[in-house]
Design a protein around this ligand. Structure first.
Ligand SMILES: Cc1cc2nc3c(=O)[nH]c(=O)nc-3n(C[C@H](O)[C@H](O)[C@H](O)COP(=O)(O)O)c2cc1C
Length: 179
């Protein structure tokens, strides 16, 4: 199975990317193919509301670095998204990316194979794990509306260790390995 990951932090070695990569290590060990997109390194526009997708039942035609993503998404069995929390919400570039999935929503329902597994990994400074939980759920709900099935969500708080032997990394590996 193909696993697509979209990592949203500017920190390649920060907690959200590191924990997401551990999910992917578990997935690879289970025999899955992994394709990673690093949003911070990509040139991505917001949805232009051009209507092309709705009028043509087509994936987004914007000519930017999401071009190859749509094919990967349609082929995958699981999507892993990760992001830091900026100003109480999932960091902006990941919201821009999420908005682009507008192209999958048709008047007669979502235009994507149902049942793609969804994993969300978020990192925040606040120690209270529940403080932004509803915001992360709001974010993931957009993918769930496209018939993806949320299998797990990991919320990292800034004082939680995320070294190889830590509990959160073990959980991440297991989540990926069970995809
Ligand atoms: C611009 C900015 C805004 C932030 N806003 C919040 C916030 O509102 N609440 C919070 O708990 N942490 C906030 N943080 C802290 C980050 O979420 C935290 O450092 C996180 O662990 C970063 O993860 P990363 O290194 O994987 O990107 C903010 C950080 C930045 C740079």
């Amino acid at each position: 199975m193909k696993v697509v990951a979209v990592l949203g932090s500017p920190h390649r070695n920060g907690p959200s990317s590191t924990i997401a990569e551990e999910v992917l290590r578990g997935a690879k060990d289970a025999g899955h193919e992994v394709v990673i997109y690093h949003i911070n390194d990509m040139n991505i526009k917001g949805c232009q509301a051009c209507g092309y997708c709705k009028n043509n039942r087509a994936d987004c035609i914007l000519d930017d670095d999401l071009k190859t993503y749509w094919k990967d998404l349609h082929e995958c069995g699981a999507l892993v998204v990760s992001a830091p929390n900026y100003c109480a919400q999932v960091a902006g570039p990941m919201i821009t990316y999420m908005n682009r999935h507008y192209c999958l929503m048709m008047r007669d329902g979502p235009r994507i194979r149902p049942g793609i597994k969804l994993v969300g990994v978020f990192s925040q400074g606040q120690q209270d794990q529940d403080m932004y939980r509803e915001n992360y759920k709001w974010y993931l709900h957009d993918f769930e509306e496209r018939r993806m099935v949320l299998t797990d969500m990991i919320i990292h708080t800034s004082q939680t260790p995320y070294d190889r032997e830590s509990e959160i990394m073990k959980k991440a590996y297991q989540i990926g390995n069970a995809l």
